[in-house]
Write a protein that binds this ligand. Structure first.
Ligand code: FES
Ligand code: FES
Length: 172
């Protein structure tokens, strides 16, 4: 093994992954470059955009500001783990249906932050959604469709009607 590298084990999306990596690497670098999980996006690397958001122990974390070494052996969830047995998560489904994911660069971060919100608060208000996603920037959508996708996914998870309104799919 390259002597600059250390051997570590990460728990990513329910799987244990052993990897040799340079100890100064961020979690973002290890995920994308060492583990090949490129769904987590590389944006500002300054903690400003939220594109690199992943969940650690179910909590949103900026992987560009997290040393990989700090999170060895803690459960990490990336966008690659969001679908369940080939079935899209409601946040993914409604993002696609409403056009809440356009260039898609921000989408993984948004969806993981929203998943954490819905786990803590199954019926968030629009303001609560806006506050929970305030650290995730999107330059394409104007945010309204993202908020609507989160509201519809929340309704679906509660077992309530969740058909997008005509305004949702054709408006804004
Ligand atoms: S890449 Fe991490 S916050 Fe922008
Ligand atoms: S869909 Fe392009 S940055 Fe959000």
């Amino acid at each position: 093994m390259d002597r600059r590298k250390t051997l570590g084990e990460f728990r990513v999306n329910g799987e244990r992954r052993e990897v040799a990596y340079e100890p100064h690497r961020t979690l973002l670098e290890v995920l994308r470059e060492d583990l090949g999980l490129t769904g987590t996006k590389h944006g500002c690397e300054l903690g400003e955009c939220g594109a690199c958001t992943v969940l650690i122990d179910g909590t949103p974390v900026l992987s560009c500001l997290t040393l990989a070494q700090e999170v060895e052996d803690r459960p990490i969830e990336t966008i690659e783990g969001m679908a369940d047995k080939g079935e899209l998560h409601p946040l993914q489904d409604f993002s696609a249906e409403l056009g809440a994911s356009q260039c898609g660069y921000c989408s993984a971060g948004f969806m993981l932050a929203a998943k954490a919100l819905l786990a803590a608060n199954p019926a968030p208000t629009r303001d609560e959604i806006r506050a929970a996603l305030a650290g995730n920037l999107c330059r394409c959508t104007g945010y309204v469709k993202i908020f609507e996708a989160v509201e519809l996914a929340a309704a679906k998870q509660r077992g309530e009607p969740c058909t997008p309104s005509r305004e949702c799919t054709h408006g804004h």
